[in-house]
Design a protein around this ligand. Structure first.
Ligand SMILES: [Zn+2]
Length: 323
């Protein structure tokens, strides 16, 4: 096959026949999801787009034949940030529905591996639901991860760049976000306005209630940003450098490329019907029905499914089309 689908990683630059080729290649789709949100006096409103899209494009350049990067989803869930001018809030129901619409469109066309690459903390609980629903309401697999989580795959990676205290040095418009933005789009950083800031409740040193991108306390009090910050900067922005930005960029691109390469051809785990009596109505909630071939495993009793296979046996590796 000679197709642009092999050499282009930007979804929107393909034609519809080339999308058919990309589906034959089993390409993994990556949707960067961000927000238009205040990031203090020194960073523009598009930080949560620029960061995941930058990482995604890095991955696209590295493993072009395996991925398609979708145009980013710009407007995330920011209800708690509306005291800061410029922030846009997508109602959580609209946000969940419209990201899910993208997942369902991809799955319908034939893309069966989808990654939501998040760039905005408060999108996480909403996108978790999108990914779960994508898995239950389509026949695709949908994975959620935030770009900064890729920095914790290698246990000691943070020692290579982080200087700020934990918790609190990296939360928002912080050492991490400012560094990556300096690396990806440094001309748009107001360098004369970089000033660190604290999450005020972090200063109370409660073992229960603290936040940081790399880990938080067990008690979450997620309320108005303006109630715990005067500037919208939550972390050690003054410790940020473009050099640190390059270190974290390279790591995120490396880890996401490794994950996608593994995930792309991984056979999907199979459902089983555990009912003794077949349910007498279709499954509600828009969830996908069981394949008839998956039925009646409970009838045989015990731990086997009738083929002599235990329920947790891995399915045979299936050779995927185009690989
Ligand atoms: Zn951010």
């Amino acid at each position: 096959m000679t197709s642009r689908a092999q050499t282009e990683y930007r979804y929107e630059k393909l034609t519809w026949p080339e999308i058919n080729d990309a589906i034959d290649l089993g390409k993994v789709c990556v949707l960067p999801v961000g927000s238009v949100e205040q990031h203090g006096p020194h960073l523009p409103l598009d930080v949560d787009i620029v960061c995941p899209q930058g990482v995604a494009y890095g991955v696209g350049k590295k493993i072009t034949d395996k991925v398609l990067i979708l145009p980013p989803y710009w407007y995330g869930y920011c209800g708690h940030v509306m005291d800061f001018p410029g922030t846009m809030n997508g109602h959580y129901e609209h946000f969940i529905q419209s990201v899910l619409d993208i997942v369902k469109s991809l799955a319908y066309h034939g893309f069966k591996k989808i990654i939501l690459l998040n760039g905005h903390g408060s999108n996480m609980p909403n996108l978790d639901l999108v990914a779960r629903r994508g898995n239950l309401e389509t026949d695709a697999e949908c994975v959620l991860l935030a770009w900064w989580q890729l920095l914790s795959v290698e246990k000691d990676f943070h020692k290579k760049w982080r200087e700020s205290k934990f918790p609190g040095g990296c939360a928002h418009a912080c050492e991490l976000e400012t560094s990556l933005y300096l690396y990806l789009d440094g001309d748009n950083v107001r360098k004369d306005k970089i000033k660190s800031g604290d999450v005020s409740f972090n200063l109370e040193n409660s073992p229960f209630m603290y936040v940081d991108l790399m880990g938080h306390g067990p008690a979450a009090l997620t309320s108005w940003t303006s109630s715990y910050s005067d500037t919208g900067v939550l972390g050690a922005a003054e410790l940020a450098t473009a050099e640190k930005g390059k270190i974290v960029y390279d790591e995120a691109v490396k880890q996401l490329s490794t994950f996608i390469t593994w995930f792309k051809d991984r056979p999907k785990d199979q459902r089983q019907d555990m009912h003794r009596k077949t349910p007498t109505m279709p499954i509600p909630w828009g969830q996908t029905p069981l394949e008839p071939t998956a039925k009646k495993k409970a009838n045989v009793g015990g731990n086997t499914n009738g083929n002599g296979k235990k329920p947790h046996d891995k399915p045979a590796k299936v050779k995927q089309k185009g690989s």
